[in-house]
Design a protein around this ligand. Sequence first.
Ligand code: MF3
Ligand code: CO
Length: 258
Amino acid sequence: MVRLKSREQIEAIQKGGRIIAEIFENARDWVKPAISTLELDRWIADCIRKKGGRSAFKGYRGYPAETCISTNEEVVHGIPSSRRLEEGDIVGIDIGVKIQGYYADGAFTFPVGKISSKKKRLLEVTRAALYEGIGQIKPGNRIGDISSAIQRHVEKHGYSVVKTLFGHGTGEFLHEEPIIPNFGKERQGEKLREGMVLAIEPMVNQGGSEVRVLPNKWTVVTKDGSLSAHFEHTIAILDGKATILTSLLPEEREYLGG
Ligand code: MF3
Ligand code: CO
């Protein structure tokens, strides 16, 4: 069952979305060589709390940290640790916020210092794939239109999409129906309609699409050890169009100097 949201519910989800967006705006100053992923996790947890929210991930199915931080060949669900970032790494940060009873979910992959042009391209293609997917969100289109747009963009550039992890509905629970694969066929699946709130999250590997889970039971890595990137937005269908809830209004962006 897809849980359609009212305007008021969507506004509550957007409060969490803005917190996530603001953290990503400021994260550029924190994602630097020598910081540990646990220090990053602590900083983000503080930001969430100061703004009146709480982490949606901590305790979710026993997840042990406030955020997921995944470096290089880690795809998603990296557990923050004493590992220090190094110049040339890429680092995916995934943040879920619960505020006023509602959830928002977002992720961004950052370069650490100067990175190679190959890595830069992986980040650009993955981010663009997210926006290709978002571009398909309108009433009357189907989930398969989002999925196929993402897959097409990724494969056109010689990368692969992960096939065992998905985007999802969100709002009253972190994970709701429908599931949103990053691969599929146009015109297939559930019809998109007013009031849907969707978390779209392409996970893109430089090499093969296969992944495995580390013995810590959480961290997903590429099987072939190739790099992986991940971007995610929470989007609502409101007044017949897609609104990205995990982004700042232009005036908020200016205020932060972004
Ligand atoms: N954003 C991810 C997702 O939507 C992370 C959640 S996993 C968690 O699946 F356990 F850390 F919460
Ligand atoms: Co998600």
